[in-house]
Design a protein around this ligand. Structure first.
Ligand SMILES: [Zn+2]
Ligand SMILES: [Zn+2]
Length: 352
């Protein structure tokens, strides 16, 4: 078993009053400081949070201000830019290349989102151009989209509001299938996004919020894994966290089901760790896939999109039977609702 890495709990894809979120930056940061190590802001097409000096450490919380390029389709989460780019939403290759040229990192947001009749008349902000190349990662799990899939009408919305933690959908199948497929030719990082807006809904003379920020910051998080602790210097630490996300040194978890801290998945040979999540190696005789879960849980080992092992497990060690894109999915039991999707590792890429 390899020793634990430095693990930071990050919440990505957060909107504030600088775009269409309901919380000011101060309110959002206040909520995040209670439970997160890193907060990543992605207001629509703007970097107001950066210009007003919110990027950096706020106490122990590292705030990273990126943005979301947000046309009618092709939404793209971007980190590391200092200016808002001019872009055409119909030309994703041009904006992907621009972000890369400026040293930024980008993730395709909610690629196969399905609209809900309860939200914006069923509108879905899907990714439309799959000829695009060079993006760093995919938002494999988006809380807002996972909720939209469930809220098909007033009654289902009410049911899934009351049981909003236990019934939340996992990452959608088309996204996972695409991710597994892309991984056969190159590394593509998977991240989770809350897409938190904390929208206020009218109810008679009152307004109420279904998903306030404190709720969202304990839901779908991306746990970042680092070799060394952060330095406390914002400029350095920001780069390290974004690099770790873009290289897939992270996993995605629905932490409301239970904290996923302590999870890890790697490839080892004898006593040597050969690759962690997001890393690529050539297969050698004796290579074994290994994992450690925060608690005994049902899990599935996936190779090239196919389940090759399932079981109830705490720590695991299985021979790598050949090259492949290997990743682990873990469920957590929720009483009457049974096992619910909990942790999704990034792949270890074992090449021939
Ligand atoms: Zn979006
Ligand atoms: Zn968004």
């Amino acid at each position: 078993m390899r020793p634990p890495l430095v693990e930071l709990v990050a919440n990505l894809h957060v909107h504030t009053t600088f775009s269409d979120g309901s919380g000011t930056m101060e309110q959002v940061i206040g909520a995040a400081r209670e439970c997160l190590d890193v907060l990543l802001i992605n207001d629509h097409d703007g970097l107001e949070g950066l210009y007003r000096g919110y990027d950096g450490y706020q106490g122990r919380l590292l705030v990273i201000v990126g943005l979301e390029l947000s046309g009618p389709h092709n939404h793209y989460l971007v980190y590391g830019l200092s200016r808002v780019p001019e872009y055409q939403w119909k030309e994703p290759q041009a904006f992907i290349d621009h972000v890369q040229a400026k040293g930024g990192k980008g993730f395709i947001a909610h690629p196969f989102e399905q609209g809900s009749p309860m939200s914006e008349g069923g509108r879905a902000y899907t990714w439309e151009d799959w000829s695009a190349q060079g993006f760093d990662g995919l938002e494999i799990w988006n809380h807002s989209s996972a909720w939209k899939i469930k809220a098909r009408g007033v009654l289902s919305a009410l049911f899934h509001f009351v049981f909003r933690t236990a019934t939340l959908s996992g990452p959608d199948r088309p996204t996972l299938a695409l991710w597994d497929d892309l991984g056969r030719t190159r590394r593509v990082a998977g991240v989770g996004g809350s897409d938190a807006h904390a929208l206020m809904h009218p109810l008679g003379p009152f307004t109420f919020c279904i998903f306030p920020y404190p709720f969202m910051f304990r839901s779908i998080n991306t746990h970042v894994l680092l070799d060394e602790p952060l330095t406390g210097k914002a400029a350095e630490d920001r780069v390290r966290v974004v690099e770790a996300l873009a290289s897939g040194s992270c996993f995605v978890a629905h932490d409301r089901l239970g904290s996923a801290r302590g999870f890890d998945f790697w490839l080892e040979n004898g006593s040597q760790v050969r690759a962690g999540q997001g890393e690529e190696v050539h297969l050698e005789p004796g290579d074994r896939l290994a994992w450690r879960l925060p608690r005994l849980s049902p899990a599935r080992l996936i190779r090239d999109g196919r389940v090759i092992w399932t079981g109830l497990t705490l720590e695991g060690l299985l021979p790598a039977e050949g090259p492949g894109v290997y990743r682990l999915e873990v469920d957590r039991r929720q009483g009457l609702f049974g096992p619910r999707p909990w942790i999704f590792s990034n792949p270890v890429y074992v090449r021939s």
